[in-house]
Structure formats: structure tokens, C-alpha cells
Design a protein around this ligand. Sequence first.
Ligand code: ATP
Length: 274
Amino acid sequence: MRIEAQNITRIFGSTRAVDAASFTIDRPMMIGIIGSSGAGKSTLLRMLNRLTDASDGQLLVDGRDVLALRGGEKRSWQSDCAMIFQQFNLVGRLDVVSNVLHGLLNKRGTLSTLFNIWSRADIDRAIAILDRLGIAEQATKRAEALSGGQQQRVAIARALMQDPKIILADEPIASLDPMNAQVVMDTLRAIHDEDGRTVICNLHTLDTARRYCDRVIGMRKGRIVFDGTPEQLTTGVARDIYGAGVDFSETATSTAIGGDTGGDREYAEQMLTD
Ligand SMILES: Nc1ncnc2c1ncn2[C@@H]1O[C@H](COP(=O)(O)OP(=O)(O)OP(=O)(O)O)[C@@H](O)[C@H]1O
């Protein structure tokens, strides 16, 4: 699958939330989008998935502009690029398996979804996905009874139920403690490595992007100001993305993930003392 974003733009009133964003993804990869609050990360992701309409530009997927799709074709594209949110967006009073089965919403009639009529095969697949993510034993619990990290894994399971080619994750770990954040990022990385799905993650923290992603896209004031490998993301470049000063230091150090992050910590400390 070749994805080519050409000058994607979204204007809200006088704000150019995303300003002529262009990039190409020509093979499955894990991409992190970083930038300060308000840089346009969420808007960019939501345009890719068609949750937000673009004001201008094209998103060519194997040559077809998915920004122009309507009706069933638009829904089909949306099921090809599943979305994960910071606040999980589960139905709290429903059990975990039902939440996962809701991933099929785009692929089947609303009525059968409304009445919770699922085939045995669908239920078995949902449980197999939960098992893969290490939370099968939670299958019959109400979603709201789970911890944040478990809920995010249920949201990932729901996304996988769609069998998407792309997973878009909008700040997937911003509400989680460092341990759960690590589990969720490990899960997303494994989905990329094992399934060959492209994962695009909006991330608040530079260290997470550097640790997990093959490619980092940096946004500032709606524009893509960096697009390269974690190695190319030097101190100077990071400063340009975040803007020098207090804001950058906070972003770099906020939700540092545990484990082997010595290098990242060192990097953050260096940023603080610079
Ligand atoms: N629905 C909307 N109506 C008006 N302005 C909006 C809307 N959505 C986003 N914006 C504006 O567009 C700009 C980019 O917002 P966006 O949420 O995409 O940034 P972000 O990088 O994801 O920020 P954060 O990290 O805080 O989520 C901001 O100035 C924001 O106020």
C-alpha cells in the first residue's frame, strides 16, 4: 500500500490547523508524530481517517484520493484505517468482548450491531485477539471495570477486529502511567512487526517516539517541519519542532516510559541543561 499525502490542509476559521502537509509512506512502518500542543497532530490524523474533512489537498492511497470518497467507500476506507484514542472510547457498561466486536461496525449492518447479534466465528475471533493482547481473561467484564492500560488494549483489540491496514493512534498513552504506557506501546510495535500493519501514533513525548518509531514526523504550527529517522532527530531539530524554552523541556520529560530508557533520559536531561 502506497500512501501519498499531498498538501493536506485544514482551516478552522482563521487557524490553519494543518497547513499543506505532504509525506509518502511506501512500505509498512511505525511512524510517530510529535509537536507541541496545538501543532495540528490530531487534526492531521483525523483527516487521514476522514473523521475531519480536509479543506484542501489529496490523500492518495494506491493512487485513489480517499479524501474524496463518500458513503460506503468512505466507510470502507475508515475500516482500513482503525483509530485509537487517548480516552479509549469504549462503551463502559458493555462487556469487553462486545466492545471488541464493535470494531465490525463499519463492515456490517447497524441493526445487528444494535441488537448485539454476532456470529460464533466473530466472537471466537474477538476472543483470539484479546488472547493475543494478554487480556482474554477480562473478556466478560464490563469495560469500565478495567484499568486504563487494559482498556487501551481492548481499544486496540477493537481496532484489530476491523483487520485494518493502518492503525492511527491519537495520544494512545497520554492518560496512562509509565508501566501501562510501555505495555500499550509494546503492543502497537508488535502489531506492526508481526502483522506488517502501518502504525501512525501521535505522541506527546519525544523519548517514546525515538524509542518505538522507525520514522518521526515533527509538526509545528500546522506544518511538517521534520520527517526523518529517530537518529536524524538531533537536539537542534527537536528545538525547532517544539520551539526553544520551557514548553519543550516539559514535553520531553513528562511521561517517560520505564525500562531501558537510559539513552532517552540522558537525552532529556541534556535538553534540560542546554
Ligand atoms: N474543531 C475545531 N474547531 C476549531 N479549531 C480547532 C478544532 N480542532 C482543532 N482546532 C485548532 O487547530 C489547531 C491544531 O489542533 P490539534 O488538536 O490538531 O493539535 P494537536 O497537535 O493535536 O494538539 P494536542 O497535542 O494538544 O492534542 C489548534 O489551534 C486548535 O485549537
